[in-house]
Design a protein around this ligand. Sequence first.
Ligand code: ZN
Length: 224
Amino acid sequence: MTGSRVPEEMLLAYATGALNEPLSLVVASHMALNPQSRAEVEGYETVGGALLEQLEPKALADGALERTLSLIDLIPDEDRTAVGQICAPVKPQPVDGLALPSVLRDYIGPDIEALAWKPVLRGVEEADLTMGSEGARTRLMRIAPGAGAPRHTHGGLEVTLVLDGAYRDVSGRYGRGDVQVADDALEHAPVAEADGLCLCLVVSDAPIRLTGFFGRLFNPFIRH
Ligand code: ZN
């Protein structure tokens, strides 16, 4: 179902390095779970690389390549191993039992329970991730089986990647690896499926606006 993949323009923007950090994290995590999108990005990168080669045929002029190679030659074999060991990132093994993309693990660490989870509604919790991008909010959202968000629309863009479990809304079903891109044209009330927790990565650039009964009560208090 194409509607559950990252839109083509967003994949292309990712391949060219034009996406901000939060959306890059969504796309990279999505690619780890969706081979079709991964192949598409690799295709863009190959084309981009070929174009660069045409544009910069003399990129390694002035003996730059030879100088680099000679530096490598200067490092004795035993030290080379040591350098490799120092540079290799030491990644703690996950302890929460979740099979998450490693690019996302780098942000959240080995134990998802160690994040600052806050209850937002009955059965819905969220934990903010710190990102170096102004204006966008990045968070993990965890929805209990059968629970859901109140009916709302969006003041801007809301991009949701399902990491575990699944949810449904008026537009369909979203399972592990699926992405939903929502904006002010969509009004929905996502509900997690009954057979398990639904864990999502959500990036938004504006607050949601509640549209049902809860909207009249709570809209002034929604923070972005
Ligand atoms: Zn929404």
